[in-house]
Ligand binder design. Structure first.
Ligand code: A2H
Length: 258
């Protein structure tokens, strides 16, 4: 068995308003004027136009980590992710070598309802929502939600809208149309198309979602064309590295590998 490295793009979603519970837990442990970012890891930076919310695992443990701002001596910002991810970042020049200090520990459920900025998205402000199938040991433990192109995200959004009270969320937090981002031969909303075609009824239909994910990825990457943004009309294969670079150059994202 070989070793493979997953090269993610870590997106910086700036916190705009904390949930009540998060405010309580954080108290005065973070300066009121500091920037705190939720840090989802994605393999599909070209889909960021279609973000409608961002997911955490409700039972997953997170930390808020203090990070020196490169080039601004004495200035700090804060990243919310799993400790596992922070440790990895500490060996990738994202934090000072080998150091990762969490100033707050909290659970995903504490931050549900927090409002954050979604870089590049047609929806500038989106809410933090729960994803029960989110894996605590992959990426940063935070997943930005693009229901047009990710079958997992589409299935989770559908489930949340079916039972908002059960999931302790406000329906209004998801009151956003799912807009086309990529045209593929079968659809301009490939995730919705495949979830419906394969009759996927729940985010826990793992086998079928696996199949949908693979097909969505192949069609999107090899046959997709951008429908939105600066690279509209361009093949996804060509647009992807450009959008990745644009996000990183404008400090809205950074490379993260594991
Ligand atoms: B992707 P791989 Cl549009 N738990 O980003 C569950 N899923 C996670 C995760 C975790 N801890 N960390 C990252 N992910 C998701 C966009 C996207 C993604 C689209 C389409 C497909 C897709 C928007 N969500 O992924 O197993 C993240 O969602 C399909 C697999 O490391 C990340 O990219 O290859 C992807 O899974 C990483 O999965």
């Amino acid at each position: 068995e070989g070793i493979t490295v997953q090269e993610y793009v870590a997106i910086k979603m700036k916190t705009l308003a904390w949930s009540g519970k998060a405010k309580q837990v954080i108290g005065d442990k973070i300066p009121a004027d500091a920037d705190v970012f939720f840090i989802p890891a994605t393999l599909r930076p070209e889909t960021m136009y279609g973000q409608i919310c961002c997911f955490v695992g409700p039972n997953v443990a997170y930390g808020i980590f203090k990070v020196p701002v490169a080039s601004q001596e004495g200035k700090f910002e804060y990243y919310l992710c799993t400790e596992r991810a922070a440790r990895n970042m500490a060996f990738q020049n994202i934090m000072p070598w080998g150091t990762y200090e969490s100033v707050v520990q909290l659970l995903g459920s504490d931050v549900i309802g927090t409002l954050v900025n979604a870089p590049l998205s047609v929806y500038e402000k989106v809410y933090i929502l729960p994803m029960q199938t989110l894996k605590p040991t992959k990426g940063t433990g935070v997943v930005t939600c693009v229901p047009s192109d990710s079958p997992d995200d589409y299935a989770t959004v559908t489930e949340l809208l079916r039972k908002p009270a059960y999931y302790n969320i406000e329906k209004e937090w998801l009151d956003k149309d799912i807009l086309p981002v990529i045209q593929t031969p079968s659809s301009n909303l490939i995730a919705k198309h495949l979830v419906e075609q394969l009759k996927i009824n729940s985010p826990k239909d793992t086998k079928l979602l696996e199949q949908a994910k693979e097909q969505a990825y192949k069609e999107g990457f090899y046959q997709g064309t951008m429908l939105i943004g600066e690279h509209k009309g361009i093949a996804v294969q060509d647009a992807k590295p450009l959008i990745r670079k644009q996000l990183i150059d404008s400090k809205l994202a950074f490379n993260y590998a594991e």
